[in-house]
Ligand binder design. Structure first.
Ligand code: FAD
Length: 304
């Protein structure tokens, strides 16, 4: 890693921090991945913009990480700098029926904040383990709800290092995607429009959805949630189950016995194990049903 770049990133973030050679296994819910050469954790939208401008000056590509609950990091680590939006950008505030959250706030914390303020609309998100930024960029959803249903506006830093705002319409939300996905834009905050409701009823709905989640999903093992996107014409978990793949393992990676849509790390899984298992599942499902499954998990490369 270029020491001059690292020093310039430190200067660009008086309140943020940089991490060197931090194992990605500790920053992703799969608990897989080698060291990240350099991580920049800005503490504000302005610092995020400054970080991107520095990276551009050095013509450096970069990756973006939130809570790491939808990422498979490579065993050999990541060479390009990572911008991580987490705890240092996690403030949540309310104005009338809108909740404004910085992108590093956890979805569960924002859902709880909304509930405590008697605001409904985020019950579906209370059990999704990602951060707001990661949730918005890929329009996370569950139990019939999705972030697109409550987002009013999004603030982000573009790949040019300038700060912008986008309306819900400009975000062009679709199934697990938005206009900003894979553009190099970093989401820094979001404004959510919610509906007043009884606090206890909101809490009861959240508790019920989380009970269903615990019952159906292998939350006792590290994973990145649903391994594959929902294909048109079926559900990934049902197709995997019908192909007889529950319990199939490669090394430490296994198709969950509890929920065929999840690939779990049953202990000591490598990224190579996970990718080999995903490929075997895709092949077997295609042979059985003719449907090509597409990974929902973001599979990172080392980069140079
Ligand atoms: C047990 C479990 C259950 C899950 N259940 C669900 C579910 O019900 N519904 C669902 O939709 N998902 C679910 N997921 C997947 C995951 O939690 C969501 O996709 C979540 O939105 C990812 O957020 P994150 O902060 O962890 O993003 P990360 O995993 O860190 O990143 C995911 C992608 O978003 C990008 N990204 C992250 N933050 C930003 C940012 N601030 N600006 C720009 N790009 C960014 C990254 O570059 C990456 O491409 C589950 C995962 C687990 C482990």
């Amino acid at each position: 890693m270029n020491n001059e770049l690292a020093a310039a990133l430190v200067r660009a973030m008086p309140l943020g921090r940089t991490l060197k050679n931090e194992p990605l296994s500790g920053l992703t819910s799969f608990r897989v991945g080698g060291p990240a050469a350099l991580i920049a954790e800005p503490a504000s939208a302005d610092e995020t913009a400054a970080v991107i401008r520095v990276l551009n000056e050095f013509s450096s590509p970069y990756l973006i990480l939130g809570n790491g609950t939808n990422v498979l990091a490579p065993d050999e680590g990541v060479a390009v700098p990572i911008i991580r939006i987490g705890k240092s950008m996690s403030a949540i505030t309310r104005f009338e029926n809108c909740v404004t959250a910085q992108a590093g706030a956890q979805l569960s914390a924002v859902a709880r904040f909304a509930m405590e303020n008697g605001l409904s609309g985020l019950e579906f998100a209370s059990g999704i383990p990602g951060n707001v930024g990661g949730g918005v960029i890929m329009n996370a959803g569950a139990y019939g709800g999705e972030l697109a249903g409550v987002v009013e506006a999004v603030s982000f830093v573009g790949p040019d290092g300038k700060e912008y705002a986008a309306s819900k319409a400009e975000m062009e939300f679709g199934y697990r995607k938005s206009a900003l996905a894979d553009t190099g834009a970093v989401i820094t905050g979001v404004c959510l429009s919610l509906t007043p409701d009884d606090k206890d009823e909101i809490a009861a709905r959240m508790a019920e959805l989380n009970r269903r989640r615990r019952e159906k999903q292998p939350l006792e093992y590290p994973s990145a949630g649903s391994a594959f996107k929902r294909p048109s014409g079926g559900y990934a978990a049902a197709l995997i189950d019908e192909a007889g793949l529950k319990g199939l393992a490669v090394g430490g990676a296994q198709v969950s016995e509890k929920h065929a849509g999840f690939v779990i790390n049953r202990g000591g899984a490598t990224a190579a194990d996970v990718t080999a298992l995903l490929a075997r599942v895709q092949k077997a499902v295609y042979e059985k049903s003719g449907i090509a499954l597409e990974p929902e998990i973001k599979i990172w490369q080392r980069g140079e």
